[in-house]
Design a protein around this ligand. Structure first.
Ligand SMILES: [Mg+2]
Length: 397
C-alpha cells in the first residue's frame, strides 16, 4: 500500500504560482479574524502555526506571514493532474482529499520495481506534472503507509516493510494513532500511555475498559494490524462508490446525478458478488473536507440499483449542511449472501427492475459497459469513481 500526500498543498500551489510568495511564511485562508488557517507554508510552521488554527491566533504567532485567500478551483485543477499521475501507477486509487490518496500497489512490482523505486518514480512524475513536492509512504497497510508519508514530510519517501512495521511504530507518540483526536490523546496520556509501543504492550481488555471499543482498535493499529486491509481479504461489510468532483456541487439535482451513477456501480457489484444490501448510506464531503453521512436500514435487502438510488435521494433530506460538496458517495452495508437457489421473493415493478438490471449486466459483459451508459450516467465533471471495499465504520478518512 502506498500513501501519497502533497506537502502544504494549498500553500505550495500559491508559492509555485506567485514567485513573490516563495521562501516566505504564508497562510492560506480567509482574511477575516473569524476564519481559520487552511494551510500554512513550511516557512510559517516554526512559529507554531498549523492548519485549522484560528486566523487571529496564527497572525499573532506569525505577524510577518502573508495571508493568501484560497483559490479552490486552482487547487482542484492541480488535484486533477495529481490524480491522473496516481492513476498511471495503480488501477486502485482511493482519493482521501484533493491532495492525498492511497494507491494499492499489489501486483505492480513487476512494472515499477521495489517499493522504494516505485515511490521515487511516483515522486518524480508528480514533480514533472505539477512542479510540486509530494511525500510518499509505503508499507503493508494503509495505516502505516499514511504514518510513514507524514513522518518523512516534506518531500519524503519512507518505506516500512510490513515485518518491521510494529517496531517502527513503537517509539512514535500516541498522537500518531489513527482516529486519536485531541480528547482521546488526553485520555491516553491520563491512562499513562505515551507511545504506540506502550499501546501495543497493553492488555486489549484494559484498553477497551479505559477507552471504549476504540481501545481495541488502537491495539490492532499499534501491532500494525490494520482492519481495513483485512476487510478486503474477508467478506467486506460494506461497499462504497464515491465520486470526487472537479467542481463542487450543492444542488440536489446535481448530487442526485452522482448518486445515480454510484447506485448503478454498487448494484452491479452486489449482483456480481451475489450480495444483498441491508442498508444504504450517503456520504458528502464539504469543500473544507468535513465528511457527513446519513444512513438507513432497508426493510428488504436488495441488489437493485434503482432502490439504492431512491433511498439515497431520500436521505438527502436529512442533511442540514447546504454544501457545496466536493465528494458525493453512496455505500451499502449489512451485506448478506444471496440465497443460493431460491429466487428473491419479488413481484411487479421490483422484479421487472431487477430483471432489467441483470439484462444490462449481461449486455455490459458482452459489449463493454461504456456502450450502455445511460444519459443520466454521463456525468460531466467527474474525476473518478471507484468502488472501494471498506468497513462499516470506516468513515474518518
Ligand atoms: Mg497534504
Amino acid at each position: 500500500m502506498l500513501h501519497a500526500d502533497m506537502d502544504a498543498f494549498y500553500a505550495s500551489v500559491e508559492q509555485r504560482d506567485d514567485p513573490r510568495l516563495r521562501g516566505r511564511p504564508i497562510l492560506v485562508g480567509g482574511r477575516s479574524n473569524r476564519g481559520v488557517v487552511l494551510t500554512a507554508s513550511y516557512e510559517a510552521r516554526p512559529y507554531g502555526v498549523h492548519s485549522a488554527m484560528p486566523m487571529a491566533l496564527a497572525r499573532r504567532k506569525c505577524p510577518d506571514a502573508l495571508i493568501v485567500p484560497p483559490r479552490f478551483e486552482r487547487y482542484q485543477e492541480v488535484s486533477h493532474q495529481i490524480m491522473k499521475v496516481f492513476a498511471d501507477f495503480s488501477p486502485d486509487v482511493e482519493a482521501i482529499s484533493l491532495d492525498e490518496a492511497f494507491l494499492d500497489m499489489t501486483g505492480s512490482a513487476h512494472i515499477f520495481g521495489a517499493p522504494r523505486e516505485m515511490g521515487r518514480k511516483l515522486k518524480a512524475r508528480v514533480r514533472e506534472a505539477t512542479d510540486l513536492p509530494v511525500s510518499v509512504g509505503v508499507s503493508g497497510t494503509k495505516y502505516v503507509a499514511k504514518v510513514a508519508s507524514d513522518y518523512g514530510k516534506p518531500d519524503g519517501l519512507v518505506v516500512v516493510p510490513q515485518a518491521h512495521a510494529e517496531s517502527w511504530l513503537a517509539p512514535l507518540p500516541v498522537s500518531r494513532l489513527w482516529g486519536a483526536g485531541p480528547k482521546t490523546q488526553a485520555k491516553l496520556r491520563d491512562a499513562g500511555y505515551q507511545t504506540i509501543g506502550e499501546i501495543a504492550a497493553a492488555d486489549p481488555d484494559d484498553l477497551e475498559r479505559q477507552l471504549g471499543t476504540v481501545g481495541r482498535r488502537f491495539h490492532d493499529l499499534a501491532h500494525a494490524r490494520d482492519v481495513r486491509r483485512v476487510a478486503t481479504v474477508r467478506a467486506s461489510k460494506s461497499i462504497s462508490a464515491d465520486a470526487t468532483l472537479e467542481r463542487d456541487v450543492s444542488e440536489r439535482s446535481a448530487i442526485a446525478i452522482h448518486l445515480r451513477r454510484s447506485a448503478d456501480t454498487l448494484g452491479r457489484r452486489l449482483r456480481r458478488k451475489r450480495y444483498l444490501a441491508g442498508g444504504v448510506r450517503v456520504k458528502l464531503k464539504s469543500h473544507d473536507f468535513r465528511l457527513i453521512t446519513r444512513q438507513r436500514k432497508l426493510s428488504d435487502a436488495t441488489d437493485i440499483a434503482d432502490v439504492l438510488y431512491r433511498v439515497g435521494v431520500e436521505l438527502l433530506d436529512e442533511f442540514d449542511d447546504p454544501g457545496p460538496f466536493r465528494l458525493v458517495g453512496l455505500a451499502v452495508y449489512d451485506l448478506e449472501g444471496e440465497p443460493a437457489q431460491v429466487e428473491l421473493d419479488l413481484f411487479g415493478d421490483a422484479a421487472r427492475q431487477r430483471r432489467l438490471e441483470r439484462a444490462i449486466d449481461a449486455a455490459a459483459e458482452k459489449f463493454g459497459r461504456d456502450a450502455l451508459l445511460r444519459g443520466s450516467r454521463l456525468v460531466d465533471g467527474l474525476t473518478r469513481i471507484s468502488p472501494t471495499l471498506d468497513f462499516l465504520d470506516d468513515d474518518e478518512s
